[in-house]
Design a protein around this ligand. Structure first.
Ligand code: GRF
Length: 201
């Protein structure tokens, strides 16, 4: 089945990379749904364009956190993912969801974790910190999502050389190109691992 559910918050270029690699046959999977914590983001246009159902679910629009978590779990039950992919997703995944999909949620982070990860390290802030620290290289990491931000086991990384004249924006662009390739690679590897563990059970 290789069902994927992708969580987004913004432009959705990582979602687009997944969709493109499915459509060009590089990735044997299907995106059964997209969850966004924000309305009106470009990622939702991308989902719509490819006929992928989406839901906007944010804890801020529920009377209490428990109802939000229940709504999220119900939606996931319907879309039945083998693997959940956080792709540019900025909200915290409820602990109950992490436990329910134990080791089946992955996140892509635009730095070489464990450095430049954790609360507050997202988007251009990450690349700004890398440049201010005078790093000679940066990159991106895909890790298993656990209850602590960006702290789960790192599955795979790609490195990117930092150029002397880099700005956060130019570095972000080069890292993002690597993210798009790394994410598809890791999704394929994780789906294969899950499939073999299911067949061996
Ligand atoms: C990417 O750098 C991703 O690593 C970070 O959010 C940025 C935008 O991702 N988490 P996308 O274009 O929304 O996929």
């Amino acid at each position: 089945m290789n069902n994927l559910v992708v969580f987004v918050s913004g432009s959705g270029s990582n979602l687009q990379a997944i969709i493109d690699n499915i459509e060009n046959g590089k990735l044997d999977a299907r995106v059964t749904g997209v969850i966004s914590d924000k309305e009106g983001v470009k990622a939702l246009d991308r989902a719509q364009k490819h006929g992928i159902p989406y839901q906007i679910l944010s804890s801020s629009t529920f009377s209490d956190y428990g109802r939000y978590t229940k709504a999220l779990l119900n939606q996931l039950k319907e879309w039945a993912p083998e693997l959940i992919v956080l792709a540019g997703y900025l909200s915290k995944v409820p602990t109950e969801v992490i436990r329910c999909y134990d080791r089946r949620i992955i996140n892509i982070h635009p730095a070489l974790l464990p450095k430049y990860g954790g609360k507050g390290f997202y988007g251009l802030k990450v690349h700004k910190a890398v440049l201010e620290a005078g790093e000679s290289e940066s990159g991106c990491s895909v890790h298993i999502v656990t209850e602590k931000y960006d702290e789960g086991p790192v599955l795979k990384q790609r490195t990117v050389k930092v150029h002397p004249d880099d700005t956060p924006e130019t570095l972000a662009r080069r890292v993002l190109e690597q993210e798009h390739q790394l994410l598809t690679e890791v999704i394929a590897e994780q789906l294969a691992k899950l499939e073999s563990s299911n067949t061996s059970n």
